[in-house]
Structures are given as C-alpha cells and as structure tokens.
Design a protein around this ligand. Structure first.
Ligand SMILES: Cc1ncc(COP(=O)(O)O)c(C=O)c1O
Length: 372
C-alpha cells in the first residue's frame, strides 16, 4: 500500500465547491489586494487566538522579519533561539543585523530547553524566540519567567503552531507577537505562500501594518519606515477562510492518526512524540526517533511508505550560520535529534488503513531489530 508523505490536493477535492465559489467571487470582484476577505480572515485569526490584532503578510518568514523590525531588533542585539528548526528564524535574525544565539533543545519536545536559556543571556540579549515545533507550544511559562527576570522580549515563531494553546491560552499570547506560516504543507496551508502576525500590542501592530506596505504611514505615499512588499493576496485570504472552517475537523483526524501510531508503536524501543502537559497538540508532524533511523527510512521506502527528516542538519552546521555556532558537540541534543528523528505521514486525507499499514511496517522493523 502506498503511503505518500503529503496529499495537498485532497484538501481542495474535499472543499472544491466552496473553493471554486470564492475564487470566482474574488476574480470577478476585482479587489485583489487587501479586500474584504483579507480583512475578514485577519479578524477570524485574531478571534481564534484571542488577540487584538492580526496582520496578514506574504509568508511566515516575512512575519518574523517584520515583527523583529517592529520590535526594534537590530545590529548589536542578540536573539536567543534554537538550531533544530527551519532556517527562517535564524535567517531573519541575521537579516536584521542582530546575532542569533543558539540554545539546545528539550530532547522530548524539540523546543528550546528553558533550563539552558539563562546561561546564554548576555548584556546584549534583547529577545528570546522560541520555535513552537511540530504542533505544540514551547515551555512558554518558563520562557516568560526568564524573559521577565532579564527584561527581554519574547517573539514566538508559531509558524507550525496555528491553533495551539497552553492551558487554553493560544499562541501569540506569550510574547510581544507571534508569526504563523501558511506554507502549503502547514495544517492551514495557502495556495502558495502566506503568513500572519498576531499581537496584543497596539504599537507593534501599527508598525507591522506599515512595514508590510513599504513602511507607509497613515497617509498614502508618506513613509515612516523602510518597509517591505508583504501583503497576503486576496485570493489566498479567501482560500484560507474556506480551509479554516475545516481545520478543526482536519486536526481531529490528525489526532486520530497520532493515536493509531502511538497505539501500534507503544511497545517498541522507538521514542514517540511527547506532548507537554497543558498543551494541545495539533500534530503538524508525528516524529519518532531511532538509532537506526536511516535503515528504518530505507525499510519504509521499500514498503512504499514515505517519511521525511525534519531536520537533517542543525543550523549551526550550515555555511552562512556556522560563525554563530560553536562547532560540533556544542548543541548535543540538537545534533543527536538530527541523527535520529524521522517524521511520519500525518495529514487529514490519509485513510486509517494507510496509517495502520505505515505503523505496522515500523513495528515490523523495530521487532526485527530487537530479534537480530
Ligand atoms: C518553524 C518555522 N519557522 C518559520 C517558517 C517560515 O515560514 P514560511 O515558509 O511561510 O516563510 C517555517 C516554515 O516552513 C517554519 O516551519
């Protein structure tokens, strides 16, 4: 049985009538930029995350970059973050002229290890940027305590954490602002790129709104900042409004599939995902760990089960970011996770049979390994 890693088009197939209707509405309506859908989608995202402001932008990367500019991060500042993630956080920190400072991860959740943050704080530290990885929040309470003690700001990289909360308090409420990504493979994915900034700060919101349109002030063609071209297209806003209605059900399906994996793999020696108490998990990824990861991946491939490695190479090993790290062995949990992690197919349009088949194949591999 073939088990692909993604099936993005299946989302369209499920919602085709409504998708086609809104696409036609936008195209025939003629308001292609910052029209009614853009505004309504921002409002829906703000309400869902219980924040005052939501500002739609062109990508999750732009969201982080714009937040950092709005928060005044720049040359001479240090921003604490992790190296076991997608490159966007570190990339945007470097783009502002600030220095990324890598802290190791918690080996169970892959988010920043709060016990290791304080040792990385210097007089130049301005912000902590926790990456809420794989569909759950970082240890936001501990991070906020540390930030308050050292007068630092917190910027949430919530690219993978749309709809996540801790004890009912949603992402975006644990820092000055949070950035979401609507990259196609995210739980809520655009037809292309998209992103959203959310914040409770009126000042940050005003700056972000200005920065996304070239730093334009309240009046057209008067500029307050050096800005960007980063608007979410009206078509995408409409498209995602339709998908947002399905997201709850889609995340429930992900949770059912995660439960199947957990059930079938419970008695193996594989490390299964750990959800921190108080977090909901939206199962953006289902990650297992094995010391025989590469063999497991090859075995799965032979059984037509796709898998991916997020993330194979920690950021401090990549050429442009090597100078910000301290070499091999400096982030032991990050480096070990990169060697052992394997991400399994988990998306709403899998069938239960596909998930059971994938889980059975992994179980078979783990059993063979024990017997060998
Ligand atoms: C953790 C993380 N941060 C930031 C981003 C950047 O988002 P985008 O691809 O929308 O620019 C991503 C996206 O893939 C991500 O996974």
């Amino acid at each position: 049985m073939r088990v692909p890693f993604y099936d993005i088009k299946a989302q369209y197939d499920e919602l085709q009538a409504e998708m086609d209707r809104v696409v036609h509405e936008v195209v025939s309506g003629g308001a292609y930029i910052m029209g009614p859908h853009h505004k309504a989608f921002e409002q829906e995202c703000a309400e869902l995350h219980q924040v005052k402001h939501a500002i739609a932008v062109n990508s999750g990367t732009d969201a982080l970059r714009i937040i950092m500019d709005a928060a005044g991060i720049g040359p001479g500042d240090e921003v604490i973050s992790t190296a076991f993630t997608f490159v966007a956080s570190t990339e945007t920190i470097v783009q502002t002229g600030a220095t990324p400072v890598f802290v190791d991860i918690d080996p169970q959740t892959y988010c920043i290890d709060p016990d290791k943050i304080e040792a990385a704080i210097t007089p130049r530290t301005k912000a902590i940027m926790p990456i809420h990885l794989f569909g759950q929040l970082s240890d936001v309470i501990r991070i906020n305590e540390i930030a308050a003690r050292h007068k630092l700001i917190v910027i949430e990289d919530a690219a993978q954490a749309f709809g996540c909360h801790f004890q009912g308090k949603p992402a975006g409420n644990f820092g000055v602002a949070a950035g979401f990504s609507f990259y196609v493979t995210k739980n809520l994915g655009a037809c292309g790129d998209g992103g959203m900034i959310i914040t409770n700060s009126d000042d940050i919101a005003e700056s972000c709104r200005s920065l996304r349109i070239h730093g334009m002030g309240r009046e057209r063609y008067y500029y307050d900042h050096v800005g960007y071209t980063s608007r979410l297209s009206e078509l995408n806003a409409a498209f995602m409004q339709v998908k947002l209605k399905a997201l709850g059900e889609w995340n429930e399906r992900r949770a059912r599939f995660a439960a199947i994996y957990a059930d079938v793999l419970a008695n193996t020696n594989l490390q299964l995902p750990v959800t921190r108490p108080g977090n909901n998990n939206t199962w953006h990824q289902y990650s297992i760990r094995s010391q025989s990861r590469d063999e497991l991946q090859a075995f799965l491939k032979s059984k037509e089960v796709d898998s991916m490695i997020y993330y194979p190479v920690p950021l401090h090993f990549h050429e442009p970011y090597r100078r910000f790290g301290h070499g091999e062995g400096s982030l032991p949990e990050t480096e070990l996770a990169a060697q052992e992690i394997l991400n399994l197919p988990i998306y709403p349009h899998l069938s239960e049979d596909q998930v059971r088949y994938a889980a059975d194949c992994i179980h078979e591999f783990a059993n063979n390994l024990v017997q060998a």
